[in-house]
Design a protein around this ligand. Structure first.
Ligand code: FES
Length: 123
């Protein structure tokens, strides 16, 4: 069986966690980020393919805490903010995340390359 997590050329992802005033302060998105980092630290294959970054605001504050999973292009810096058109081009917006749903999103989206349909939303 071909397991993409053992492929050094497997796609890498950036997980943008909103830390704006609503997601960050009211919905404590930092807790999500810390939980996800802990889960990734137990999974070296996934950890090597995922970079967690903070993002200022997706403009969907009432739905927070919100996250966007962005597939990195070859050579793209995982710590740079993506071009804004990424949000229109890719289906990776996940509103209202909990610790449990965020882990499910990252495992599902990164391992399959496809959005987690019951959690993804139009941006
Ligand atoms: S503060 Fe998170 S979407 Fe605005």
């Amino acid at each position: 069986m071909n397991d993409p997590t053992h492929d050094p050329n497997a796609p890498r992802y950036q997980v943008l966690v909103c830390d704006g005033p609503s997601c960050g302060v009211m919905h404590e998105s930092e807790r999500l980020e810390e939980h996800l980092a802990g889960v990734l630290s137990q999974d070296p294959d996934l950890e090597g393919r995922v970079t967690i970054c903070r993002y200022t605001c997706f403009g969907r504050c009432d739905d927070g805490p919100n996250v966007f999973v962005h597939r990195l292009a070859p050579g793209e810096d995982p710590y740079d903010e993506p071009d804004p058109d990424v949000f229109d081009r890719e289906r990776g917006f996940y509103p209202g995340m909990t610790e449990e749903t965020l882990v499910r999103v990252v495992r599902g989206h990164v391992r399959t390359g496809e959005p987690v349909e019951d959690l993804v939303d139009d941006y």
